[in-house]
Design a protein around this ligand. Sequence first.
Ligand code: TXE
Length: 465
Amino acid sequence: MIEVENLIGGEYSTAAESFDDICPSDGSIIASIPRTMMVDDAVKAAENAQPGWGALSLEQRADWLDKIADALESQHRQLAELEALDTGKPLEVAMEVDISRSIENFRFFAEFSRNMPEEVFEMEDATNTVLRKPVGVVGLISPWNLPLYLLTWKVAPALLMGNTIIAKPSEITPLTAHRLGQILCEIGFPAGVVNIVHGYGPEIGQSLVEHPAVKAISFTGGTATGRLVARTAAPMFKKLSLELGGKNSSIILDDADLGLAVPGVVRAGFLNSGQICLCGSRILVHSSIYDEFLESFLAAVSELKIGPVISENHMAKVLSFIDLAVAEGGDIVAGGLRSEDDGFHIEATVITGLSHDSRTATEEIFGPVVTIHRFDSDAEAVEMANCTDYGLAGSVWSKNRGEELAKQIESGMVWVNTWLHRDLRVPFGGIKDSGVGREGGMWSLGFFSEAINICVKHNDLQARV
Ligand code: TXE
């Protein structure tokens, strides 16, 4: 039994009140999570630490990021075991996706900063330079689907730009954030620069968003929660980055290479039990190849071994969507049931026969459930892909027309003949109800800094070089 504690100013505090962390694989209690309101203390610690941390050079902070990456790397397997325990995902996925990427987040931003060009704009009679100052104390709120991966995606650029942090990990998966805090203490990372407060979102998360000294909020989670966060933070003029839900289409054109498309679309539908905001859960297939695609797709799905979904509540939500699909007239052609008595397992589920604008096909389910729809022309595929309120991602599978079609999809990112192929320099984020703002590369560094322009008029008496 692990006792998760708040990390504030480099110290751990035992909680008077706590609640249980449940393992999704078997429903057992694996940890206790503090339920103590310590946001004020965390903000004070972060305020005290900010001037010292902000005074380091970019290079010194980048060196710290590398040290953190080294420390995480030395614990790669232990961190993956914790993530697998807390989320129920297979250990290989935790090793290869979650923890590898968490390490890369620190390494990437350290290296990126070393190659950052100076921002200088020459005028005829003056020189402008852009300074990037820290925003100050920032709040980072992260979800349960990729716990350490998505938290470190915010922590690394926030630290690099000289901010001090209050991190609020999901109360459903606190273990790797807790371990990250311990690792920071073990390597002598300056106290108070990263503070971690655990607990329920509407209590701890909400008070973090409300706190006047927290100058920016970077949030990844559900669209409904994002709306609440925006309602609180926007009137206080906080910087706000919202990475929200998605309902992404995988589009298979008539000239697709099915040898590539079928495994790609299966992976897009079911990786992490479909609990990634980028998952392609609505599959649009050209009529001329529909039968051939469906047969190979179902054969591949029948071979899948997937982990549980995250919680009992979430399992009930996903199963209720399968009931809804039946009520809407869909045919369950694979899966459809809870698959084991223990834990929160649902079979990989494939639904056909629904209209592309049905609720099942347009609302975010966030589980191992996909719907498949037919189209007859590229224009119809585009219209079907764009008919949801979300606009996060998508993929197009085609030998010749993928890029052209991708440009017409209303979403923040579209992959052609691949999925989840990430270059960390590119903008990441959604349009419509999928969010506000972009993260990644310079977009993250822009969010976590205040860009200040210094304009120096040339002295006409001195000769200019
Ligand atoms: O997320 P929440 P939940 C979607 C997915 C899922 C749904 C709800 O559809 O079924 O969201 O999941 C904190 N003020 N995604 O309930 O509640 C919370 O403690 C401040 C998509 O787990 O949005 C957690 O740390 N913070 C998503 C974080 O917000 C609050 C990944 C996210 O939790 C808060 C996860 C409040 N009032 C779910 N209420 C993606 N885009 O990847 C909660 N929180």
